[in-house]
Design a protein around this ligand. Structure first.
Ligand SMILES: Nc1ncnc2c1ncn2[C@@H]1O[C@H](COP(=O)(O)OP(=O)(O)OP(=O)(O)O)[C@@H](O)[C@H]1O
Ligand SMILES: O=P(O)(O)OC[C@@]1(O)O[C@H](CO)[C@@H](O)[C@@H]1O
Length: 310
């Protein structure tokens, strides 16, 4: 089974507006959809669509928390959250008539030390049931910067493959515990090494440095250009076909979900990368985050170009 950790759950609201987004104006929303969000819940939905067994955990609170659990259950995603006093946040993604996406991400209500301790106890009980754990997204205030480091240490002790996809201090502190796989994008790889990574050469050099430091798989996601991985088997790139992108929010999460499914199935690195790029590019072809159509994924799978470059 794959366990997904979402510390900062959200009700994701996608607002479609007709014209351009204009600050200081009244904006009427044409359509609005609510989905269970926070990066880890997108990962959970994608793992479910990949056909692998998944369990979602993290913190939920208040009416929004109960709503997210209901949305997940309706989608057939089993979940076991620690219930906290604070209300689960909302995140808004405005898709405007110019084809641009603007996100407003609430910070999330603070979590107390007792609530953190309750989560660590729950996590410990869930670990023996799983072989892969994904940890995604920001964390609410109140949790230490090394929260993911603590989870990684516990997971590694239990022999579980730990995937980390976060940013800022949580990423910088988390990598110190040497997760099995990380998936930084262009900005995150620069944050991690504290130096710009503009060119492909610079990004690969940074990824190699992280791999040498003890992280077995360093996957860099490159948006429409696909992804690259540095691992013990070598250096690989994968390029998706040209697609009609509708909403690219959650593409990174789809990639993480697909890689978790691939690890669960025992895929080799090339097969994992091909599958992850096919799933994540199929996610970009829909409005809904954490969703892809099987036929889009299968078509993309035939067209993804994987190359071993080192
Ligand atoms: N426009 C696109 N066309 C085709 N594939 C895409 C496109 N955008 C993203 N993808 C696919 O999704 C993967 C992840 O995208 P990206 O690098 O943007 O991740 P990210 O920055 O973590 O995204 P997010 O934080 O929005 O989830 C890419 O490696 C690629 O396979
Ligand atoms: O605050 P986080 O957890 O880092 O990011 C939250 C979020 O922007 O990420 C997802 C897209 O990747 C959205 O579903 C969600 O609203």
């Amino acid at each position: 089974m794959i366990l997904t950790v979402t510390l900062n759950v959200a009700v994701d609201k996608a607002y479609v507006i007709e014209g351009p987004l204009q600050a200081g104006e009244v904006m009427r929303v044409k359509t609005c959809s609510n989905t269970a969000g926070g990066k880890g819940l997108n990962v959970s939905k994608v793992i479910g669509l990949c056909g692998e067994e998944v369990l979602a955990t993290g913190f939920t609170g208040g009416f929004n928390g109960a709503y997210v659990e209901k949305l997940l259950t309706e989608k057939g995603i089993p979940n076991e959250f620690v219930h906290v006093k604070g209300e689960t946040r909302s995140c808004i993604n405005i898709l405007d008539g110019d084809g641009k996406s603007t996100e407003f991400l609430e910070p999330g209500a603070p979590v107390t030390a007792e609530e953190e301790a309750a989560f660590l106890r729950k996590f410990e009980t869930l670990l023996p049931k799983c072989s892969v754990v994904t940890m995604s997204g920001s964390a609410p205030k109140g949790l230490p910067a090394d929260i993911y480091g603590k989870l990684i240490a516990m997971g590694k002790k239990a022999g579980v493959k730990m995937i980390l996809d976060t940013s800022g201090q949580y990423l910088i502190e988390g990598v110190k515990a040497k997760p099995f796989l990380i998936k930084p994008n262009h900005d995150e790889i620069a944050q991690l090494l504290g130096r710009p990574a503009e060119t492909m050469e610079e990004m690969l050099e940074s990824a190699k440095e992280l791999h040498r430091s003890g992280i077995p798989y360093v996957v860099i996601s490159l948006g429409a250009d696909g992804a690259a991985v540095v691992c013990g088997e070598g250096v690989y790139t994968a390029r998706p076909p040209k697609i009609q992108a509708v909403n690219t929010v959650g593409c990174g999460d789809s990639m993480v979900g697909a890689m978790a499914a691939a690890l669960e199935r025992g895929y080799g690195v090339e097969e994992m990368l091909r599958y992850a790029v096919a799933v994540s590019s199929a996610n970009a072809m829909n409005l809904e985050t954490g969703y892809f159509r099987q036929e889009d994924m299968e078509e993309n799978l035939k067209q993804v170009i994987v190359e071993k470059i080192g």
